[in-house]
Write a protein that binds this ligand. Sequence first.
Ligand code: ASN
Length: 254
Amino acid sequence: MKKTKLLKMAMAIVTLGTLLVGCGAKDSSEGTKYLIATDSKYAPFSFEENGNYKGIDVEILAEVAKAAGFEYELKPMDFGAIIPAIKSNQIDAAIAGMGITDERKESLDFSEPYFESGLSMVIKGDNTEINGVEDLNGKTVAVKKGTAGEKWALDNEKNYNLKVKHFEDSPSIFLEVQGRNSDFLLDDYPVIAYKVKVDANNELKIVGDKVTTSNYGFAVNKGKNTELMSKFQAGLKTIKENGKYDEILSKYIK
Ligand code: ASN
């Protein structure tokens, strides 16, 4: 009797051990699960709808990962926190409507561009006072932290005697102009165009020429995650060739 009990216990331990070893082996054979950030409120690139994230960045990443065979967890964040999180290796990469700039290239590595974008000036629909950069003197501008728009505003703060207000996300800068608390905002043309298209009561309009042009790239910490970067590049090439890339874009643009 005692012997049988001991035997049973021993068998249970062996079984448990096998299960644990099994789990470990499974994990390592499945490889790394990368933590990849996206801008949490940046339609049509990434945004939440009914509890799910969707948009150009989210869907390109999903198709690229499928094509290139890597696993990831999506981490939606405020844009201002993304670059610091990459630099400190808290996250592996980002696909966050992020323009490739020389300044960012000093600390990040970028993929080939996957989308052409650029900054626009946006005012309240009934504003007739601002028609271009020549009318900006003394105006208040709303910008999102860490973005090209914020950089433009700070670089031009003195030239135009601007008052610069900083916010965490794009919806907050839209509200600033809609509520007449800021005279204008700076954000990327496709983001504004989408907002104006889907939201009939948006009360916003683009004014003047594009302030800058930029290309979006997938980013990792400089010199890090080189394997992920080459997989992303290969996957991007595949989805451009097999039509998935165009399919995703046509869902959101025009
Ligand atoms: N387009 C912005 C930039 O490149 C980033 C963003 O707002 N998601 O600075």
